[in-house]
Design a protein around this ligand. Structure first.
Ligand SMILES: NC(=O)c1ccc[n+]([C@@H]2O[C@H](COP(=O)([O-])OP(=O)(O)OC[C@H]3O[C@@H](n4cnc5c(N)ncnc54)[C@H](OP(=O)(O)O)[C@@H]3O)[C@@H](O)[C@H]2O)c1
Length: 393
């Protein structure tokens, strides 16, 4: 295992340079002639300053999701914002969470992930408040496609009609306080709206400067090929971690590589489980945590699956890294076009996760890890039957 270190530069001079770069961009008269999308990209050029003191937990590298016109360069690790106030039990006060998100910005994170459906606008509004004044330096991705009636999700249906995509986009822009979304993902496939129509609508939103790029979650290879022909896809966001490696088996990762599409693994720590702080006695908040409904988070499954955490512990112990770091580093070492988006409510975990970006595993270490984890059967399915039925096979 090697650790990559970059040149040192004080935090103060980093901030000064960032501000100066931003100012220079604002006064350039040629900007008047560019589209909203181009303006958004130009405004983000300050993010190329990625040097931090060696002692600071930060993202020092960027990765590019997608290729050609769809290329989107972001911090090598993003921030999954959902758990800040939705589906991950207790969370700190709003002030503390806003401070945490801003700390992530100061540590080089430029990709923040949310969705319309996370508390129906509640998560987007928090992210918008946290990033107020920072949106010239970072990108926010949001998602459309679930069906809501009067703010309540109709769980048996999806809605990717052009009218709904546009409606969700306007809401997301307003909630987040941005002119342009960095990424706009289809959250789940809508069997009643052909993917070509979805891709065409996203293409129009790109031309209008409302989104920079687009992607899809949990779709199959055929859908990706069809969509990519209409409007080049920047990233696929699907579940991927040691306990759910479907994208290796169903051809998604290989297709992303073939077509030059990025991959964003969601729930990269398996909803916290692979961080090692959940056990059979963990009580999930009955009003704000979907894990209590998932087969893999029932006490017997947790007890059996804890053997996987023990493998990560054993591997990490001799290298001085934690199970969460082993998990995230494995994902990042797997492919250079992978950008994980772990979520956290704690500065200590944010620092731990960001330090992963400096960890390099050898090919032998990757094989050793995979072999050890694969020897343990995973107990319990990841979703219940209704949620699993929304996943394209
Ligand atoms: N596209 C989709 O369908 C989809 C579905 C689900 C999620 N997502 C996206 O993926 C993001 C992340 O997913 P997620 O929140 O489900 O799962 P996750 O990132 O795998 O896990 C989050 C949980 O891990 C814990 N954690 C974080 N760092 C840790 C560390 N170093 N050690 C131990 N525990 C740690 C957090 O608790 P603490 O707060 O205590 O750190 C939190 O409860 C979401 O925010 C969302 O943006 C997308």
């Amino acid at each position: 295992m090697k650790t990559e270190q970059n040149n040192e530069m004080s935090r103060r001079s980093f901030l000064k340079r960032t501000i100066l770069t931003g100012t220079a961009i604002c006064v350039t008269p040629t900007l008047e002639k560019v589209t909203a999308a181009e303006r958004a990209i130009a405004g983000k050029s300050s993010t190329s300053v990625t040097t931090f003191p060696a002692s600071m937990a930060a993202v020092r590298m960027q990765r590019t999701l997608g290729s050609g016109k769809a290329a989107f360069t972001v911090s090598a690790m993003g921030y999954g914002c959902m758990g800040l106030n939705h589906n991950r039990s207790q969370y700190p006060s709003k002030d503390k969470e806003i401070a945490l998100v801003r700390e992530a910005v100061e540590r080089g994170v430029t990709l923040f992930d949310t969705a319309e459906s996370y508390g129906y606008h509640i998560n987007e509004k928090l992210v918008g408040e946290a990033l107020k004044g920072y949106t010239d330096r970072v990108f926010v991705s949001s998602k459309f496609g679930h069906k809501f009636v009067n703010g309540v999700q109709v769980k048996t249906e999806e809605d990717s009609t052009p009218a709904n995509i546009r409606h969700v986009c306007e809401n997301s822009l307003r909630n987040l306080g941005v002119e342009t979304l960095g990424m706009f993902y289809q959250h789940r496939i809508d069997p009643n709206t052909p993917i070509e129509i979805v891709a065409e609508t996203c293409s129009e939103l790109i031309k209008e400067g409302k989104i920079l790029h687009w992607g899809m979650c949990e779709v199959n290879t055929e859908t990706i090929r069809r969509a990519h022909k209409v409007c080049p896809v920047t990233a696929i966001q699907s579940e991927y971690h040691f306990m759910h490696r479907a994208v290796e088996e169903n051809g998604i990762l290989a297709l992303c590589e073939e077509l030059g599409i990025g991959f964003v693994p969601y729930s990269p720590l398996n909803r916290g489980f692979l961080g090692g702080m959940i056990n059979e006695y963990t009580q999930f908040d009955t009003t704000n945590d979907n894990r209590q409904t998932l087969p893999r988070f029932q006490p017997e499954a947790i007890r059996a699956n804890y053997r996987i955490v023990e493998v990560l512990n054993a591997f990490g112990r001799t290298r001085g890294i934690t199970p969460a770091q082993v998990t995230l580093a494995w994902l990042m070492n797997k492919k250079p076009f992978i950008v994980p988006i772990p979520g956290t409510t704690k500065l200590s975990h944010l620092e731990e996760n960001l330090r992963t970006c400096d960890i390099v595993f050898s090919a032998e270490e990757m094989t050793e890890l995979e072999k050890a984890v694969a020897a343990i059967p995973v107990i319990g399915s990841r979703y219940d039957a209704l949620q699993e039925s929304k996943i394209q096979k």
